[in-house]
Design a protein around this ligand. Structure first.
Ligand code: ATP
Length: 262
């Protein structure tokens, strides 16, 4: 089953200026992808295309299917494709400060930002919420208020929230942003655990987020998907230098990648 099937998609915020041209991208169930690009290259724009927040430029013929379907109701799409972005995290920080971890996760059933008075949850929904806390081993966050959580703790709750409908894929935007070294390791190992049950798509500029389980990489450069394919073929010093417009030596050890520091 294809998760993403994009052919010849051109996209931008203004019909005269395209941020990304001729996007061809095919992501299948069971694969795990990193989409890597420099600041301003169009990563968030691509994310909005996948999440259906931005529509392709209709001056060009294109194909856009997600899970084999062309037109999605956004709420239904979220049940199959969990999405966690830093923008979403900021919304929780500013709008749901007093929500507990439990309320944050459970709010995924209504795709709302935290608890709303009129939401009534079924026994089954409460049981599912408990199961996710057990599964991710984050029970200590159940009663903690968002305002008292660290960045990493809140992000874990948002992952749990995104998993509430047991999606087939999880789309993550720069998942380690704002986390210290220990929190990064801890967080990436949580993502690694998820790869056995769903497909992970990480959109980032951090090479270190290309965890061992990532099978495929797409690189954004020159307003397009410059290269894509199996991780081992795509991750070369020359390709990474092109992405960041800088002479970079890419090192790898134990299936992990690093940029050589001077
Ligand atoms: N709402 C918008 N309206 C008009 N132009 C936009 C809008 N959002 C982004 N752009 C432009 O689209 C281009 C790509 O931006 P985008 O945010 O997708 O890059 P990015 O790779 O996510 O960057 P970063 O890593 O810095 O977050 C930039 O030139 C940006 O100015």
């Amino acid at each position: 089953m294809n998760i993403i099937e994009f052919e010849n998609i051109n996209i931008g915020y203004d019909y005269r200026f395209l941020v990304l041209k001729n996007i061809n991208l095919n992501i299948k169930e069971g694969e795990h992808w990193v989409i890597l690009g420099a600041n301003g290259s169009g990563k968030s724009t691509l994310l909005k295309l996948i999440s259906n927040d931005l529509y392709p430029n209709t001056h060009y013929e294109f194909k856009k299917k997600i899970f084999g379907i062309e037109k999605w109701d956004i709420f239904d799409l979220k049940k199959k494709l969990g999405i966690v972005t830093n923008e979403l995290q900021n919304e929780f920080v500013y709008q749901a400060r007093f929500a507990s971890g439990y309320e944050i996760v459970r709010s995924g059933f209504f795709a709302s930002i935290g608890k709303k008075e009129h939401h009534i949850f079924t026994k089954e929904q409460n049981e599912k919420t408990d199961e996710i806390f057990d599964y991710l081993d984050i029970k200590v966050l159940k009663d903690k208020k968002a305002s008292l959580m660290s960045t990493g703790e809140l992000r874990k709750c948002l992952i749990a929230r995104a998993l509430i409908y047991r999606p087939k894929a999880l789309l993550l935007d720069e998942p380690t942003t704002g986390l210290d070294i220990k929190a990064q390791k801890n967080f990436l190992s949580l993502i690694k655990r998820l790869t056995s049950t769903l497909s992970i798509i990480i959109i980032t500029h951090h090479v270190k987020e290309i965890i061992e389980d990532i099978s495929h990489v797409a690189l954004i450069a020159d307003n397009c998907i410059y290269k894509q394919g199996l991780k081992k073929d795509i991750l070369t010093s020359a390709n990474i230098s092109k992405v960041f417009d800088l002479d970079i030596e890419l090192l790898s050890k134990n299936n992990k990648y690093y940029i050589k520091e001077d």
